[in-house]
Design a protein around this ligand. Structure first.
Ligand SMILES: [Cu+2]
Length: 318
């Protein structure tokens, strides 16, 4: 009889233990962010380190999270570390090559029985495509001990099985994105940005997915919006961005998704005739080697839309 009672008690203890572990995790309020958009990270701290009060919190900014600004907290000292970005990005004609890589709030005291939130704001680079997960390692330093929420699942491992999982953000695509299909190709809603006054060029962005089994090629883009249209490739070597016109078009291999984004492949509208306002659209025709011709519309967004995908007019010396 006593034996059974002990077993039940052990099971009860295990249950409590696993519950408290779940609660003890450092977590993010919003586990989703849109590629190419701003994101507000609210890190929730629900417990100290095994009962001991939290004295400092260190957050590592994941690769692909750019333009990060931490929110100061009354009673806490804020410190940041800056590091070069793996991929510099362009903002209003200026190359941004480094940013905040680590944030520490220290000098405060958060008791185990209290709850608090630590906030930063940033943007998910448009280079981080939908489907990717960004991990945000958080380390709590306590009066006694430390809790390092820094584990990430390795290949095949289950996130739930981790003892100290790092908070994470699932990157998603822009919602309600229209897809135009032609043959085996799927084109997501193309978009462009308002042309700044005095400028004559604009970039065109989208993704093209080849769902078929044979390679195809984007040969040309025609539009009444500009006097000419080019397919460009931008690449970064030793922090110097170079631009190249793809004279014979761009191959899209079977199974491949080609992203037209600032800093990589993009459509270049040269000699914009009448600049379009945000919220409007202009037509264009894509010609593919095998799939043929397809009409699309470019949605025009504000000049500051998705900062890291900024209009490249100032960088272009067409
Ligand atoms: Cu270009």
């Amino acid at each position: 009889m006593k034996h059974i009672y002990m077993a039940a008690l052990a099971a009860f203890n295990l249950l409590c233990l696993s519950n408290s572990l779940t609660y003890a995790h450092a977590t993010l309020e919003n586990g989703e962010a849109v590629s190419g958009s701003s994101y507000k990270a609210v890190i929730r701290i629900a417990h100290g380190c095994s009962g001991s009060p939290t004295l400092s919190l260190k957050v590592k900014i994941p690769d692909g999270m750019i333009n990060v600004k931490p929110m100061p907290k009354s009673g806490w000292t804020l410190a940041t570390v800056k590091a070069p970005y793996t991929q510099p990005y362009e903002n209003h004609g200026k190359m941004i090559s480094e940013g905040v890589s680590e944030i520490t709030w220290s000098g405060g005291k958060l008791f185990d029985e209290h709850y608090d939130e630590f906030v930063f704001r940033g943007s998910v680079s448009s280079r981080v495509l939908a489907g990717k997960t960004l991990y945000v390692p958080v380390t709590q330093d306590c009066e006694a001990g430390q809790a390092a929420w820094v584990e990430t699942p390795t290949e095949g491992a289950d996130y739930k099985s981790l003892k100290f999982p790092a908070p994470f953000i699932k990157v998603t695509a822009i919602k309600n994105t229209a897809i135009v299909k032609i043959g085996d190709l799927a084109i997501t809603q193309p978009w462009s940005r308002e042309v700044p006054s005095g400028a004559k060029t604009a970039g065109g962005y989208m993704t093209i997915k080849n769902e078929g089994t044979v390679s195809d090629k984007l040969i040309s883009v025609e539009t009444p919006y500009a006097s000419s249209t080019e397919i460009h490739e931008m690449s970064n070597a030793n922090n110097i961005m170079t631009m190249r016109k793809l004279e014979t078009g761009l191959e899209i291999k079977p199974g491949e998704t080609v992203a037209f984004i600032s800093g990589s492949y993009h459509i270049m509208f040269v000699g914009v005739k009448t600049p379009a306002k945000a919220g409007s659209r202009f037509p264009a025709t894509f010609t593919f080697e095998k799939a043929g011709r397809v009409d699309v519309n470019f949605n025009v967004q504000a000049l500051n839309a998705s900062q890291q995908q900024t209009n490249m007019t100032e960088e272009h010396k067409h």
